[in-house]
Ligand binder design. Structure first.
Ligand SMILES: NC(=O)c1ccc[n+]([C@@H]2O[C@H](COP(=O)([O-])OP(=O)(O)OC[C@H]3O[C@@H](n4cnc5c(N)ncnc54)[C@H](O)[C@@H]3O)[C@@H](O)[C@H]2O)c1
Length: 253
């Protein structure tokens, strides 16, 4: 029960396959009280039963709109006087930017992907920091495509590189409030977003055959690492990108 007595927000629940759901599950199992965000009413038919199962409150949040971010944190501050951790599990790019050549990315597609998948961490961190009265932990989700070229990942790789750099700058800014900021670089997992990447099944097979553990990572393993990063067990870790990928990233030729 490493999160007993802690209150945490999990952003980005779409359905039972979401990494956000695995994080919500682990956090609840470890004793935390949680509150969840979902994009809009289209997701409610999946989100509502999952949140009821976890005994979690849930509110809409569209990170592309400042008013929506403000309204979400207003809702949070009405029910909680402080927050201990937040998991940011949100990303988006147009489907046409997740296939073919990166060089063909449009200005609009580039801005959209970077805005929703990277800037949103900055916007959310600013709001949540004022609620982290006893310090806290901010966790986001990245991917190997931030540092090496992964076929079709394209603009999302650039967004994840920006996200990982943002983690370091945020960690530096917020450290004096005892707020830690870290990213988990997760191996590929079959989720709604991942299925939008052209050739995703091939990526899954490639990771499985090359990773030292000879398998793909489980969403529950990401959830458990997020729980560790949210807990006081990780009190000395900030500004890091931690790989939870069955070791794939260490392999060379
Ligand atoms: N699945 C993978 O293989 C994998 C690997 C590494 C990292 N990640 C990252 O994990 C995170 C969670 O993705 P997932 O794989 O669980 O997929 P998912 O589709 O379940 O979750 C993505 C979430 O982002 C939300 N979202 C999109 N646009 C939004 C907006 N404007 N405002 C608020 N929310 C918005 C979606 O509604 C959804 O809930 C993402 O950052 C993703 O890049 C995923």
């Amino acid at each position: 029960m490493i999160l007993k007595g802690k209150k945490g927000i999990i952003l980005g629940l779409a359905n039972a396959h979401s990494i956000a759901y695995a994080c919500a599950n682990s956090a609840t199992e470890m004793g935390a009280e949680i509150l969840v965000s979902y994009l809009d009413e289209r997701f409610l038919k999946w989100v509502k039963p999952l949140c009821e199962k976890l005994n979690a409150k849930y509110f809409p949040l569209d990170v592309s709109k400042d008013e929506s971010i403000d309204s979400f944190f207003n809702n949070v501050s009405k029910i909680w006087d402080k927050v201990d951790f937040i998991v940011h599990a949100i990303a988006f790019a147009k489907s046409e930017d997740l296939e073919g050549r990166f060089v063909d990315t449009s200005r609009a597609g580039f801005s959209l992907a970077l805005d929703i998948s990277s800037y949103s961490l900055v916007a959310v961190s600013k709001r949540v920091a004022s609620l982290m009265k006893d310090g806290g932990s901010i966790i986001t989700l990245s991917y190997y495509g931030a540092e090496k070229v992964v076929s079709s990942y394209n603009v999302m790789g650039v967004a994840k590189a920006s996200l990982e750099a943002s983690v370091r700058y945020l960690a530096s800014d917020l450290g004096n409030q005892n707020i830690r900021v870290n990213a988990i670089s997760a191996g590929p997992i079959n989720t709604l977003s991942a299925r939008g990447i052209s050739g995703f099944t091939k990526i899954l097979h490639h990771f499985q055959s090359k990773a030292p553990l000879k398998r793909n990572v489980l969403a529950s393993e990401i959830g458990n690492t997020a729980a560790f990063l949210a807990s006081d067990l990780s009190s000395g870790i900030t500004g890091e990108t931690i790989y939870v990928d069955c070791g794939f990233n260490i392999m060379g030729a």
